[in-house]
Design a protein around this ligand. Structure first.
Ligand SMILES: NC(=O)c1ccc[n+]([C@@H]2O[C@H](COP(=O)([O-])OP(=O)(O)OC[C@H]3O[C@@H](n4cnc5c(N)ncnc54)[C@H](OP(=O)(O)O)[C@@H]3O)[C@@H](O)[C@H]2O)c1
Length: 212
């Protein structure tokens, strides 16, 4: 399985760094390649940098570490190429509120995960994951001792979920499934299992189990 991370910003940088630290080889892609190339120069030969179209074509698992609106545009542009791929969505449907904070940008009862899942081509295999902690926590809590911190995921596709669970493990976290894609809202900002607006901190798999 080849994994591509699209978007080398706050989250994408941490996902790439954790996976490489765990021994994975990854593709890093971005709108411009300077950040991806800088990261590859820091992390070494397990990071291959390539443009978005080529990354989507070559990877089996595509982690869309870009904002919700950009994700929607990317899916429209690359729909055919995404067919058959495992598509991982870490998005939180939030935008600046003009007062230094953030607001939810979709109705309160909706999740960006379900909206993204519905936009994907029929053969794409949707998994909601890698967005349940802030980028800062995702970097700091990897390989936490004595108990690994939990990273939640949601999917309707058991096999795709197993693949993503292995990536979560390789990143220094305990994978915790919470159910189907319709549960995505619980692991987005404001959801009861998200760090922000929910749990307030990274938790262990045992602590997580009590909340699910
Ligand atoms: N930051 C967090 O703490 C956090 C936590 C959990 C989940 N998330 C979610 O993770 C996603 C990414 O957030 P972030 O904070 O990492 O954002 P970010 O720092 O702005 O990084 C996004 C990266 O993606 C690039 N990009 C944008 N559109 C693209 C496209 N169409 N194709 C390829 N690359 C593109 C951006 O390039 P440019 O700079 O050129 O725009 C930037 O390098 C969001 O959905 C967010 O809700 C974030």
């Amino acid at each position: 399985m080849t994994t591509a991370i699209i978007g080398i910003g706050n989250i994408g940088t941490r996902v790439v760094t954790n996976l490489v630290r765990g021994g994975e080889k990854v593709i890093a892609a971005d709108r411009t390649l300077d950040r991806a190339e800088q990261l590859a120069s820091e992390l070494g030969s397990n990071v291959t940098v390539m443009p978005v179209a080529q990354a989507i074509q070559q990877a089996d698992v595509i982690i869309l570490a870009i904002y919700f609106d950009a994700e929607q545009q990317l899916i429209a542009e690359y729909a055919a190429a995404l067919d058959g791929k495992i598509v991982v969505d870490p998005s939180n449907p939030i935008g600046p509120d003009g007062k230094g904070g953030f607001n939810k940008i979709i109705p309160a009862d909706q999740s960006s995960g379900q909206i993204i899942a519905a936009l994907l081509p029929a053969g794409a295999r949707f998994v909601k994951a890698f967005g349940t902690l802030t980028a800062k926590s995702l970097g700091e809590a990897a390989w936490r001792a004595p108990d690994l911190a939990a990273l939640f995921y949601a999917t309707d596709d058991q096999d795709a979920g197993d693949v993503v669970a292995k990536l979560i493990e390789a990143s220094g976290y305990a994978p915790v499934p919470i159910g189907g894609a319709d549960q995505s809202i619980r692991i987005e900002v404001g959801g009861d299992l998200h760090e922000v607006g929910g749990l307030g901190k990274p938790v262990s798999a045992q602590e997580a189990a009590a909340k699910i």
